[in-house]
Design a protein around this ligand. Sequence first.
Ligand code: HEC
Ligand code: HEC
Length: 234
Amino acid sequence: MGARRAPRGPLVLAAAAAPLAACAGLGARFAEEELWLAEPVAWEEVAPVFERRCAPCHADPPLAGATFALRAYGEVAPWVERVRVRVLVQGDMPPGGLQDPEERDLLARWLAQGAQGPAGAEAGAEAGAGAEAGASAGASAGASAGASGGAAPAAPTWDGAVKPLFDLYCNTCHAPTPTGGAPFPLTTYAEAAPFLARFEVRVLERMDMPPGGVRDAGDLATLEAWLRAGGPER
Ligand code: HEC
Ligand code: HEC
């Protein structure tokens, strides 16, 4: 059988919004992944996705049981973290899931980069995934968005402080339908437990998962304490 060579270089950029090639080696995939993540996504690029997939219900006034609009950036910004959870983690918004892989990847990349506002305006600085602001701000800063907000857990557990960190740092890609080239979901303890040793390597040692590393020092410390304790569920 003909060995199928994965295209490299500019082709990768051209294909950045598409699902990543299946047969490339892990190293190559990681290189592609870095490009995937690095290529900036502007609000103007994701706005049509909201218009097409969300605004049929999240209009002004909202329809079909939705309770707010999701068209203008100012309407989306307060919901960025919930958008990430519902679209990428739970996969139930829009109802039935966001099926188009290019739209999924575009949205995932935009969220992972911090959900930029129109024309490069400083966007949801604290809106979720990309917050690089509070690197030294201490333990509670990064987790406050969607988490249970415990500040200094002595022995973190999956059910406690850790699951929200996976939702924040990992499940943009390691979603129920993995995106951005991630090989498997990491949304439940059962899914994560087989990979504890790999988390030590990728999150703590190489610091390349998520790509670019966990940037909040407090969150990283929580993950480290959890792994050092053997990754307890509860
Ligand atoms: C067919 C109608 C419909 C479409 C299309 C739709 N939604 Fe919703 N959405 C709803 C309804 C109804 C609710 C309230 C019930 C619920 O939360 O499930 C809701 C609630 C939400 C919430 C708030 C609930 C929470 O978990 O905090 C978010 C965020 C959301 N939708 C995001 C989106 C996004 C993003 C899209 C497009 C990618 C989208 N929705 C598309 C009907 C829709
Ligand atoms: C932006 C997308 C993205 C995010 C966010 C992300 N990953 Fe990944 N992950 C990937 C891709 C792509 C691969 C496959 C290529 C590779 O291994 O580098 C992967 C592979 C992995 C692997 C399997 C490879 C191995 O070395 O065993 C583990 C484990 C992993 N990720 C853990 C995590 C954890 C834990 C987080 C959050 C702390 C995370 N990832 C966040 C994209 C992502």
